[in-house]
Design a protein around this ligand. Structure first.
Ligand code: AHR
Length: 495
């Protein structure tokens, strides 16, 4: 056991850009994410909105600099027929959301609504296409509707629906969880489906499109290998992978009432992301040594029991310092693997699973996960500074996890940022950081922590957990000394 954690950063080795899309989000037609979340309807006079989308959510997400937003699912995507969600709202047919609570949706939030909202947010849309119950033609039509400028049946329909210029959607997911809710396919069968879809989708006239294959659940390495082997590289821009952190799938437990054992088990799942990313990447390296294809972790986050007295199909849960720890550790993994991880999407943005925003009628709160995403956004499009880390273990019973995780980057103005997470629920972790190759003269920082790891923001106490100035750091020549309290997250800036 080291008395101290030791991190060594080579400040001259900046090479790989941390794709800002790693900081992406996910908005599914699930529970109160879209309806009674993002979207409250144009007729709503009590909650300020733009075309029915809450202004407070737009402002909060703009501050986060969300680079992309995945929609409309999730499992929902493979039941969604986009044509039902365009045109006059009073004429749109309804849809029963068979994945999430069997609620009937009126389709009042559809393609125009979503893509216009992305423009308001200044974010790239990432559309998840329907492979499960859709057709190649339906997806092609969708692309013509969203992307084609000249005259065509679908661009004419778009114009009729009030939108002249195309939105030019770049990111297209070809199905979702096709191993499960997206069709229970084998990897081999889906690889063929993927080839078929993408054969016909390179026709927006510009070919500036990015296609993401539905990927593996956790450690299904066979899935990734089958796609890498079975799909020509020119047809493939990304392969997805999904990994959630939970105590135990059958017995997830409350989001905000949990003991240290449950905390530890959740963190074990979060820490597992390092191995998952490394091993999926190693498979991809075999077939794609030049790293054309990105690993797209388009669903990740904590998953617990729903809050008492809420619809079990709506996946509404609180968000505590435990979630902040999941986010910090996971984003450090993605940053450190930025050569392969090009996009990721926290599940989900508003009122579902590890949400950054929760709403209750006209009220809106920002969760600890929101604050992590905001603190880490300094890494977006910065150059990764590779690091090595020797860390103490966070020990509980027979279990051992690395206590400290870190990632670092240098931005265009040559400011360096180091994000440090101490997941140890009880011990402060003293950490030294050796900065090799570049002199910095000042260090400043912010910390996110709280009295209890179960602490969260609530509608009664919205600012209980929020970042504050961090003082427990000193810079001595090329040596930083930092003291990280239990379950804390620190982002430092060096100039
Ligand atoms: O994010 C909730 C669900 O989790 C998604 O719909 C699905 O893709 C995954 O299983």
């Amino acid at each position: 056991v080291f008395a101290q954690n030791i991190i060594t950063i080579d400040a001259t080795a900046a090479k790989t850009t941390i794709n800002k899309n790693i900081y992406g989000h996910f908005a599914e037609h699930l529970g109160r994410c879209i309806y009674d979340g993002f979207y409250v309807g144009e007729a709503n006079k009590t909650i300020p909105n733009t075309d029915g989308v809450r202004n407070d959510i737009i402002a909060a997400l703009k501050k986060l600099k969300i680079p992309n937003l995945r929609w409309p699912g999730g499992c929902f995507a493979d039941t969604y027929h986009w044509k039902d969600g365009v045109g006059p709202k009073d004429k749109r047919p309804s849809i029963v959301n068979t994945n999430w609570g069997y609620v009937t949706e009126d389709n009042s939030f559809g393609t125009n609504d979503f893509l216009n909202m992305c423009e308001l947010l200044g974010t790239e849309p990432y559309l998840s296409g329907n492979v499960g119950t859709g057709t190649v033609q339906e997806m092609l039509d969708w692309m013509q509707y969203t992307n084609f400028d000249s005259k065509s049946p679908m661009s004419d329909m778009r114009r009729q629906n009030g939108r002249d210029k195309p939105w030019n959607v770049k990111y297209w997911g070809i199905g979702n969880e096709t191993y499960g809710c997206g069709g229970h396919m084998t990897a081999e069968y889906y690889a063929g489906m993927y080839r078929q879809y993408v054969s016909f989708m390179r026709n927006d006239g510009k070919n500036n499109l990015s296609f993401v294959a539905a990927g593996a659940k956790n450690d299904d390495y066979h899935w990734t290998e089958t796609l890498m082997k079975g799909v020509p590289l020119y047809m493939l821009d990304g392969i997805a992978m999904h990994h959630y952190s939970y105590v135990d799938w059958e017995k997830k437990g409350s989001a905000s009432v949990f003991n240290e054992t449950q905390y530890f088990k959740t963190m074990k799942q979060a820490v597992w992301m390092e191995e998952l990313v490394a091993r999926h990447s190693a498979i991809m390296n075999k077939y794609d040594p030049k790293k054309k294809v990105g690993l797209v972790v388009d669903e990740w986050g904590g998953w617990y029991d729903v809050e008492p007295n809420t619809n079990p199909g709506f996946l509404y849960q609180q968000n505590t310092m435990r979630d902040a720890m999941i986010a910090g550790v996971t984003l450090n993994v993605f940053n450190n693997h930025a050569d392969r991880v090009r996009m990721a999407n926290l599940a989900q943005c508003v009122n579902v699973l590890q949400a950054v925003i929760l709403t209750d009628k006209e009220k809106m709160i920002l969760t600890p996960s929101y604050h992590v995403m905001e603190m880490y956004n300094v890494h977006q499009n910065a150059k990764l500074l590779p690091l090595t880390i020797q860390t103490n273990k966070y020990v509980l019973g027979d279990g051992k996890l690395p206590a400290v995780s870190a990632s670092a980057s240098i931005d265009a103005n040559l400011a360096a940022h180091i994000s440090l997470v101490n997941i140890d629920a009880k011990k402060t972790q003293k950490t030294t950081v050796n900065l090799k190759g570049r002199k910095f003269s000042t260090v400043t920082g912010r910390i996110l922590t709280s009295k209890r790891v179960q602490d969260c923001n609530s509608f009664e106490e919205p600012d209980k957990v929020q970042p504050v100035i961090f003082k427990d750091v000193s810079l001595n020549g090329s040596m930083l000394t930092v003291s990280l309290p239990p379950f804390s997250l620190v982002v430092l800036e060096l100039k």
